[in-house]
Write a protein that binds this ligand. Structure first.
Ligand SMILES: [Zn+2]
Length: 263
């Protein structure tokens, strides 16, 4: 009897467990189906966010200093001079064709733009068979003073101010800017450079190497200079790409005051 009772209670327990599972399973199935039914008439324009749809983070315009003369983002213009006597510490010859002898200080730039310049010149050669040359790179405050004085002597101050900076106000003094030309010497630091295959290649591709064409056409009221398709300024690939896509000057991109003249 004892064993029979035990057997019977085991059978009952098993049945109870089976029924419980069956009921739970039924409820689960019903709930899921109700969910599906509830979700069925989704509006067509329902906004569901998935990881692939999340927007790109906004470009951080405050990432680097615009005033530190050693910053790759420093903005120098007729209203934003460099600290008196500023000299960059890491000037090097970039190992590209140069207008003057390769050892001349004016044929040097800072390390990163030197590397980027070499890469860009090699690409122009391999992709488009164009031979580029470094026309003018770093200029000390003293060299800039003599250069500006020679332009003033040639054409007067008003004309000189349109395409030459006064000492202490030149991007060339940062070691981050340089004038590019064709090795042929054609249209050297002349507006016609923009129409040459070399000038057009530079306009379309220099941003990929971290350079911006600093003085754009129609922006004299902002930059203070006529269009200079030969004057490139290193800012790094990230910023150069953003600025290139915006079609803006550095002043406009960063919301800085226009610098049409000296105050
Ligand atoms: Zn220049």
């Amino acid at each position: 009897m004892k064993t029979k009772k035990v057997k019977r209670s085991k059978v009952i327990t098993t049945l109870v467990v089976i029924i419980a599972f069956a009921v739970a399973g039924g409820l689960y199935w019903r709930n899921n189906n109700l969910e599906i039914v509830k979700d069925e008439p989704k509006p067509v324009n329902a906004t569901t966010s998935t990881p692939t749809e999340s927007p790109q983070p906004a470009f951080n315009k405050a990432k680097y200093s615009l005033t530190d003369p050693n910053s790759f983002w420093v903005v120098v213009n007729k209203r934003r001079p460099l600290p008196a006597g500023f000299e960059p510490a890491d000037l090097v010859p970039p190992g590209v064709p140069t207008r003057l002898s390769a050892g001349a200080p004016e044929m040097q730039v800072r390390t990163l733009p030197a590397y980027a310049m070499k890469k860009m010149f090699d690409a122009a050669q391999s992709q488009a068979s164009l031979k580029l040359m470094l026309v003018s790179g770093y200029r000390s405050e003293g060299v800039q003073r003599s250069l500006y004085a020679s332009y003033v002597a040639q054409k007067g101050q008003a004309a000189a101010d349109l395409d030459s900076a006064r000492a202490g106000f030149s991007e060339h003094q940062t070691g981050l800017a340089f004038d590019v030309g064709a090795t042929s010497g054609k249209c050297q630091v002349d507006p016609c450079f923009g129409a040459l295959p070399e000038g057009q290649w530079i306009a379309a591709n220099s941003y990929k190497y971290g350079f911006v064409v600093r003085y754009l056409p129609g922006k004299q009221a902002v930059t203070g200079y006529i269009a200079e398709p030969w004057h490139l300024r290193y800012v790094g690939e990230e910023l150069a790409t953003e600025v290139y896509r915006s079609g803006l000057t550095l002043e406009e991109f960063f919301g800085l005051p226009a610098a049409p003249d000296y105050q």
